[in-house]
Design a protein around this ligand. Structure first.
Ligand code: SP5
Ligand code: ZN
Length: 341
């Protein structure tokens, strides 16, 4: 399987994450991608190529221009305002407040974010742009005839909506790739999100549409980030009704239950009959993940990779989360080798 990777991911390298009331080293850190790349080389997964540049147009197909402009200028404006640390929001336009976009960078951070877990610093925008190019280059390989490809994206994307960042995500790499398939003539695309966390951004982007089916297996939002989306009764709206499927699962969920949900999702994908499948590949379902509560073993990643291969459709893997850094390479690449059989 082809892997697309760029060293530009290292530009995403914030100092701090607000976690548990402290500023800690970020869970989403550069060594994650390096370990996955090393493992792909070790098992000789296939060629590794650098991305082409696709520019801003595919991003504007999914994200608002005001949001993109904000991400491009946030850090320089934050520094110009005299701040020393990473840019972290602290005020949001919640429930009964007005949704007027403020001029000040502090207010815009609140307007354009879903939470405080995602700091911004120098290079964040450029790395997020490069991650989109990684996803689109892998998408193009499939459009050109490859059966599958691996977009080793960093930063991840599935928590980013049309106009909000958070959960370590800025541009929704998987959503942008899905739109590329459609623009090139695909009638239907399925996005299967196996990251531990609900893919709220992807769900929001496609909630009212019938040309992208979104399915997510994740920690029950009653107990887990992102807390405010991902319940089983969210199934799409308008002509998107029935094209969103959520499988929230509780603390301690192991492969017996998780694999059954995966099987059900695969059956629903077959009924939908997509021209391509995008797997939002987070491996934070692993038993040792520091911020998650599922109990998958390393071999389980191979098992569900093999299940995905049975769908027998063009499949684009887009890297999302996974924070057990020592095992992240083995777990992510196990999905891909399991898929290749
Ligand atoms: C792509 C992805 O996997 N994003 C996940 C974002 C989760 N961010 C919140 C993590 C909270 C960790 N700190 C909680 C400490 C509570 N004691
Ligand atoms: Zn996650």
């Amino acid at each position: 399987m082809l892997t697309v990777f760029t060293e530009k991911h290292r530009l995403r390298n914030v100092k701090t994450e607000l976690s548990g009331g402290e500023l800690v080293p970020p869970f989403e850190c550069p060594v994650r991608a390096e370990h996955i790349l090393e493992r792909a080389k070790t098992v000789e997964l296939g060629n590794i190529i650098a991305p082409q540049e696709f520019g801003l147009d595919p991003i504007y197909g999914i994200h608002d221009k005001g949001y993109v402009d904000f991400l491009e200028t946030c850090w320089e404006r934050w520094v110009a305002d005299g701040n020393k640390g990473d840019a972290i929001p602290y005020m949001w336009p919640t429930r009964d407040l007005r949704q007027v976009i403020p001029d000040h960078v502090d207010g815009q951070m609140g307007y354009y974010s879903i939470g405080a877990d995602t700091s911004i610093s120098d290079g964040t925008y450029e790395a997020a742009r490069a991650a989109v190019d990684v996803a689109l280059t892998a998408q193009k390989a499939i459009a050109d005839g490859a059966a599958s490809a691996f977009a080793l994206c960093r930063p991840p994307g599935h928590h980013a909506s049309a106009n909000q960042y958070g959960g370590y995500c800025f541009f929704n790499n998987a959503a942008i790739a899905a739109q590329a398939f459609l623009n090139q003539g695909a009638k239907r695309v399925s996005i299967l999100d196996v990251d531990f966390h609900h893919g709220n951004g992807t769900q929001q982007i496609f909630y009212g549409r019938d040309d992208v089916q979104f399915l997510s297996l994740h920690g029950d939002p009653m107990d887990s980030y992102p807390y405010f989306l991902g319940h089983a009764d969210e199934q799409g709206q308008g002509k998107g009704g029935g094209f969103t499927e959520n499988y929230p699962m509780g603390p301690g969920t192991a492969y017996d239950k998780w694999g059954a949900a995966m099987d059900d999702a695969c059956r629903k994908i077959n009924v939908y009959g997509p021209d391509a499948i995008i797997v939002s590949l987070g491996v934070d379902t692993f038993k040792n993940d520091p911020i998650s509560f599922f109990k998958l073993e390393s071999d389980d990643f191979k098992r569900y990779g093999a299940r995905l291969a049975q769908l027998n459709r063009p499949t684009l893997f887009v890297m999302e989360g996974g924070y057990a850094v020592e095992e992240i390479g083995i777990n992510a690449v196990n999905v891909l080798t399991g898929f290749e059989g």
